[in-house]
Design a protein around this ligand. Structure first.
Ligand SMILES: [Fe+2]
Ligand SMILES: [Fe+2]
Length: 311
């Protein structure tokens, strides 16, 4: 029988290290899911009437806030725009969640079905199922349309969610989750906002914290283990995702739907210092993390800057 040396044990421990870590992370996330999960259908009062004089989204987070156009709008028109933007962001959220669900299903396809890692991924898919239904119900309740992203990006994502297995998919996931999450953290405690919207954003923030953790851990792991070309590819695709994200963030149809000139509104949002500050603050936690794990380098970093999300 061959003897096992200290070195063998160390090598074995190193090899198992990341795996064990992954299982531990998933175990903690499963515990948290067991304690803090919500059924929005039961948790929220869907029959309550829309509240007069309350916003569907905090005004400071509305794209046109503090622009010359905003200053000329009536309070009623501002509140109307907030209602449409809330519907636009909820639609964007559903788009992201549907993409994420498919990525997660594909992520676990070859993995051990009894592992915590897979069990947690299935739990997260169940969370996202409830979220998408909740967002759709919120859009209907507000009476604004469900806004789609432009067809070209809708189809680009069709390819991504079908073939991508790279760390780039987790980076894109975080992009979708973290900026909206930052806005929702400001929305749920805000007493000027509709109770239903506060309830929806509170549930989402609580459950989303786990998703962010899971995606971050996975991305960090993959950026260490992926071959060099894939790391480079991730930097580029993540920068491109940031660019697409900033274009799709608010659907410009919202401006027409509240009686504004679309071109003029888009130009003023682009020129708005307040808006730039909001978007960069929303992205900061994420960009610091991505910088830390080496995603924000080279040409990818330039794409991030051109997206306006990175100062
Ligand atoms: Fe979600
Ligand atoms: Fe999520």
């Amino acid at each position: 029988m061959t003897s096992v040396t200290e070195r063998d044990i160390r090598l074995l421990r190193d090899a198992l290290g990341p795996l064990r870590d992954r299982e531990q992370v998933a175990e903690r996330l499963l515990e948290s899911s067991a304690k803090h999960s919500f059924d929005p259908d039961k948790e929220l009062d869907w029959d309550a009437p829309v509240e007069d004089g309350k916003w569907f989204w905090p005004p400071e987070l509305v794209s046109l806030y503090d622009t010359p156009l905003w200053r000329r709008m009536s309070e009623e028109q501002r509140m109307d725009l907030a209602r449409h933007e809330a519907a636009s962001l909820a639609s964007l959220g559903i788009w992201f969640e549907i993409i994420l669900m498919q990525l997660l299903v594909r992520h676990i396809y070859d993995k051990s079905v009894t592992s915590n890692h897979v069990r947690y991924a299935l739990t997260e898919i169940a969370d996202e199922c409830r979220h998408s239904m909740m967002f759709a119900r919120m859009i209907q309740k507000g009476g604004a349309p469900a806004y789609r992203v432009p067809r070209v990006y809708h189809n680009m994502a069709r390819v991504l969610k079908t073939v991508s297995t790279t760390p780039g998919s987790f980076a894109a996931t975080l992009l979708g989750e973290e900026i909206l999450d930052w806005m929702q953290r400001l929305t749920f405690p805000d007493e000027r906002v509709q109770s239903l919207v506060r309830g929806v954003t509170r549930i989402h923030v609580v459950e989303e914290a786990r998703h962010v953790r899971y995606a971050r851990e996975e991305l960090r792991r993959q950026m260490v283990t992926a071959p060099r070309w894939e790391q480079e590819f991730t930097r580029l695709s993540c920068g491109e995702a940031a660019r697409v994200f900033s274009v799709c963030f608010v659907n410009p149809e919202v401006y027409e739907n509240v009686g504004l000139d679309r071109r003029q509104a888009v130009a003023q949002v682009r020129a708005s210092g307040h808006r730039r500050e909001v978007m960069q603050s929303g992205a900061r936690r994420l960009t610091e993390f991505l910088d830390d794990i080496g995603v924000l380098r080279g040409p990818g970093r330039r794409l991030w800057k051109s997206s306006g999300l990175l100062a």
